[in-house]
Design a protein around this ligand. Structure first.
Ligand code: SF4
Length: 483
């Protein structure tokens, strides 16, 4: 189905001289006199942000260490999506008490969504915290750390309508040298009533597509073979056009998510492209056609549903109905047969009746997801739901409903993996299997892990694996010649 008629005319125009040939210029390395220890919590966006933070502090002379004992600066990049995520960080902070006593010059800071949500209060509540910095203020880090060295606590939680850190080359942390994240936008304009993200990450803004393609090209040159494009809602990515559809600069092309996908896929056919997270109300057929045209755009979509009942979706302010969602699923199945689909589901949202819960189960039976992230509703301060609705579903009912959702998904995930047994899958090798030095692992285009005997192969290679068995949702098999 790869018909070029849909290919955006200006794609090559955007792949400018600079991106089509000239070697990447490696900037001079700063001298590292200090050590940074960085811990990340929460979503992929946070892990990607930590790589930006490491790069900004690299420029200020901080080398990143995995050993907190030798750190001059300890930063926790936090998540605020549910209460237990914050409790984990508060518990972790207490473990630095002794380190602060032993090393009085040690600076401890909290970054990310929890920092943005709690602001100065975090300094009052946690005496050992010196620094509180929100997701849009990381450029200010070197200055804020100096402020702490000067004897003051430091806070910057200003949110921005422009900041995308576009020109900052991330320092790849925990990198396997094969797969990497590329953030394409920041913030979110969807005010889902249960979600804190719009308050902790601000308004939506998209990053310059040239800087995204440049980063993908640099990664490919460094040996990476897969990039995941990240955004809270990638389907609303847009460049050079405003929310009303007005073109900002007539001399520049307009780039939406479908076009951006094709630009990144055009960097090299051996560079796999994944993306997360999609939004059912904004996901267009253009995106699906773009995926169909490029073998290297992986056939896997994460499409959060949250609930299978339209009244609950209305209370969640999700912007779509059960019918609209199922139509999107039908479009995926029509345009991308065999595409793997995963989702997010919340059990026990405000006012959820037993019948509404059953609608979630029946939708899951209709879609048969390959994988899902499933949670109990956790009320968050300042959200629309906290202000408008009662968190009235008893904890034990939330727990029972969540168990039913997890059980059902377990059956579907196994059946999904079973369907892949007996087939040959193109796998990008990511590394050595945790269980045996003699085995390698990688993922299929469907985002399924495959494990197979090592042979002469190594990470970064593409191989074809004949799946002969599966253990829960991991495929097992042997390398065979390309079909
Ligand atoms: S789309 Fe909704 S759930 Fe997702 S980050 Fe935005 S507000 Fe939160």
């Amino acid at each position: 189905m790869n018909d070029s008629s849909h290919r955006p005319q200006h794609a090559d125009a955007l792949l400018s001289e600079e991106l089509q040939g000239a070697p990447t210029v490696v900037p001079a390395q700063p001298t590292h006199t200090k050590k940074l220890y960085l811990e990340s919590y929460g979503c992929q966006m946070n892990f990607s942000d930590s790589e930006i933070v490491a790069s900004i502090l690299d420029g200020a002379g901080y080398a990143t260490t995995r050993n907190e004992e030798e750190a001059d600066l300890i930063l926790l990049n936090t998540c605020a999506i549910r209460d237990n995520a914050e409790q984990r960080v508060l518990k972790r902070l207490t473990q630095f008490k002794q380190a602060k006593r032993n090393r009085p010059k040690l600076v401890v800071g909290v970054l990310g969504c929890m920092a943005e949500r709690l602001r100065e209060n975090l300094l009052e509540q946690q005496k050992l915290v010196d620094l509180v910095v929100g997701p849009d203020a990381y450029r200010d880090l070197p200055n804020l750390v100096e402020q702490v060295h000067g004897g003051q606590k430091a806070v910057n939680v200003l949110l921005s309508r422009e900041e995308t850190y576009a020109e900052i080359s991330p320092v790849r942390l925990d990198a396997n040298g094969i797969t990497a994240f590329i953030s394409i936008m920041r913030g979110c304009d969807n005010m889902c009533s249960f979600c804190v993200v719009p308050f902790t990450r601000g308004r939506e803004r998209s990053r310059d597509p040239q800087s995204i393609v440049r980063e993908a090209k640099e990664l490919f040159e460094q040996g990476y073979r897969e990039v995941t494009l990240l955004g809270q809602n990638v389907d609303s990515y847009k460049w050079n056009i405003d929310n009303k559809g007005q073109i900002k600069n007539a001399d520049e092309p307009v780039v939406r998510f479908a076009e951006l996908l094709e630009l990144v896929a055009s960097v090299h056919p051996d560079l796999r492209v994944r993306f997360s997270t999609s939004h059912p109300k904004d996901m267009t057929d253009d995106v699906l056609h773009a995926m169909a045209r490029h073998e290297n755009i992986c056939k896997y979509i994460h499409l959060p549903v949250q609930s299978g009942n339209s009244d609950v979706l209305k209370r969640m302010n999700r912007g779509y109905t059960r019918e609209w969602y199922l139509d999107r699923i039908a479009a995926i199945r029509r345009i991308l047969p065999g595409c793997s689909i995963s989702t997010d589901v919340i059990a026990g949202f405000c006012g959820e009746t037993e019948a509404e819960h059953q609608d979630t189960l029946s939708l899951m039976r209709e879609v048969k997801y390959d994988m899902a992230y499933m949670f109990k509703y956790s009320e968050r301060p300042r959200t629309l739901a906290e202000r408008k609705f009662e968190d009235d579903v008893p904890e034990e009912v939330k727990g029972r409903r969540l168990r039913e959702i997890i059980e059902l998904q377990g059956e579907h995930s196994l059946a999904g993996a079973e369907r892949l047994v007996g087939q040959v899958h193109k796998v990008l090798i990511e590394g050595v299997s945790k269980k045996s030095e003699e085995e390698l692992f990688g993922r299929t285009t469907h985002n399924t892990i495959a494990v197979f005997p090592r042979g002469e192969h190594r990470a970064g290679e593409y191989v074809h694996v004949h799946a002969t068995d599966r253990s829960s949702v991991t495929l097992r098999g042997t390398v065979v010649p390309a079909p």
